[in-house]
Design a protein around this ligand. Structure first.
Ligand code: AHR
Length: 497
């Protein structure tokens, strides 16, 4: 096999990789909030004011920049006033979207903003357009961020929080083309303009307003929203999930899959590149300065639920395949970092492509968690231009690139190169030249996440089956790196200044 060839142009900087690309999403769905994050103050599971400590400690290590909440589809059914005040008095409701279970509203605005404080991340709150009023949305922002005398600020203080919070990211509805009201883009664009008018900037709290964007390749939605409302928004969202099966009814199993489903998964994951390019071109027509961010606030794998679990809970396992899907997405988001200002994987705990899975008082880290941890070095680093000549990986006469990669330089001059070998059978031999260096480099180190079988994953019996190991398969000679990536692996190489 020919060796893959790459030149990293260390003197050609392509802008900053927005750390918000490494954002997360947590919805009132299945066991994400309840059990996964929130166990309540009286739980025997160790917690900080109701938030479970084991999950919290694990998530802190990821340097999560931003966390989206409360949905998802749940957002357009959520009435925030039901979730503040003494917990024992909070209204109970039915979570009609997700399993028809009772939502006791114990995790509300105060609890979410506490979670963000503990994680040291920015909150991204999604308001209710589908079934909520303009007044309700307006008052939510007032409740959280107003520092003066007003009914909502007064109520917040009564509920135990005297200082306002800082809330920057605010979404005006979710999937309003579907679960958020089945609207046409023309109608939603007008509603967006109206609702956002009353989400005010109080004091120095400046909102970054995010409009509901397209579902997958609905380019018409993007066109209408940009034409009618671009000047009122800071961001426009995009939702796209990697579903390897041929329909939503047959998405495929998270753990029992063939090599052709493996291949289909990556073909579909790589489609994100085309989607961003095409939505981005439409945005360019109305916003050539790229002021409005494309906010990919739902992405990731979506498989059939694990057998025996509630179909409305979207609980799925997570294999080395998921790790590679995450790596490929980050490389695509980096490439488009002039337009993509944020991305939020769905979802943080126990739902879809999760970082963490829990069972009672036990917790495990998924392969996807490890990729977020390895790749955090790219957050706010400078993206470097790469020229690459990559071998193909083919199956049944179809071909995708064998290797996906991205390189960045941090503020200390360390060059971090992340690489994904998508080929489950073959190693990927690689030659990398660090061209244009203006300073001496000394040392190369690496980490690798790989597996022996395509469906290797972590279980509560064997929680460390897939975990990063030091990588000794790279050598640095002058400005040249030679490496051999194991089959189905994610590798991070760091070259120190
Ligand atoms: O992430 C699960 C669901 O997928 C979200 O609630 C919704 O926005 C999307 O359809």
């Amino acid at each position: 096999m020919e060796r893959n060839q790459m030149i990293i142009n260390t003197d050609i900087e392509k802008g900053t990789i927005n750390k918000n690309i490494y954002g997360q999403f947590s919805e009132h769905l299945g066991r994400c909030i309840y059990e996964g994050l929130w166990v309540g103050e009286d739980s025997p599971i160790s917690n900080t004011k109701g938030i479970r400590n084991d999950v919290l400690e694990a998530l802190k290590k990821l340097n999560i920049p931003v966390l989206r909440w409360p949905g998802g589809c749940f957002a357009d059914e959520y009435h925030w006033k039901d979730g503040v005040g003494p917990r024992e008095n909070r209204k109970r409701m039915v979570n009609t979207h997700w399993g028809g279970v009772v939502e006791n509203n114990h995790f509300g605005t105060h609890e979410f903003l506490l979670l963000c404080e503990l994680l040291e991340c920015e909150p991204y709150i999604c308001g209710n357009v589908g079934s909520g009023t303009v007044q309700e949305m307006s008052e939510w922002v007032e409740y959280m961020t107003f520092d003066g005398e007003s009914p909502m600020a007064h109520w917040r203080k009564e509920n135990g929080r005297s200082e306002p919070w800082k809330v920057k990211y605010f979404g005006i509805g979710n999937e309003n083309w579907g679960c958020g009201g089945n609207m046409r883009p023309e109608y939603y664009a007008d509603l967006y303009r109206r609702y956002q008018t009353y989400t005010r900037n109080y004091g120095d709290n400046q909102l970054y307003k995010i409009a509901c964007g397209a579902n997958v390749e609905d380019y018409h939605w993007t066109e209408v929203l940009m034409r009618e409302a671009a000047r009122f928004m800071d961001g426009l969202s995009l939702h796209y999930y990697t579903v390897p099966g041929d329909s939503w009814e047959h998405k495929g199993s998270a753990t029992q899959f063939s090599e052709s489903e493996w291949f289909a998964t990556f073909k579909k994951a790589l489609y994100m590149d085309e989607l961003i390019t095409k939505h981005g071109k439409i945005m360019d027509q109305y916003d050539p300065e790229k002021r409005v961010g494309l906010i990919v606030d739902e992405w990731g794998t979506w498989f059939d639920v694990e057998i025996g679990t509630n179909p409305g809970f979207l609980y799925q396992q997570n294999t080395i395949r998921d790790a590679l899907v995450a790596g490929v997405h980050f490389h695509i988001f980096h490439k488009h970092s002039d337009r993509v200002q944020m991305a939020n994987i769905a979802q943080m705990v126990n739902v879809l492509q999760a970082m963490v899975l829990t069972e009672g008082d036990r917790m495990l880290l998924t392969p996807t968690y490890h990729v977020f941890n390895m790749f955090k070095v790219h957050q706010d680093a400078t993206l470097l231009a790469v020229d690459a000549n990559i071998n193909g990986f083919s199956l049944n006469e179809e071909m995708i690139p064998q290797v996906s990669l991205s390189a960045s330089k941090d503020k200390n001059g360390t060059i971090n190169i992340s690489l994904c070998n998508l080929d489950p059978q073959n190693e990927a031999p690689i030659d990398i030249r660090l061209r244009g260096l203006s300073y001496a480099i000394n040392n190369i180190s690496g980490q690798v996440l790989s597996a022996t079988k395509i469906n290797d994953h972590n279980t509560f019996v064997n929680p460390d089956k897939v975990k990063p190991e030091p990588f000794a398969g790279a050598t640095l000679t002058g400005e040249n790196i030679s490496a051999t990536l194991p089959p189905m692996s994610v590798v991070l190489l760091s070259v120190d200044a």
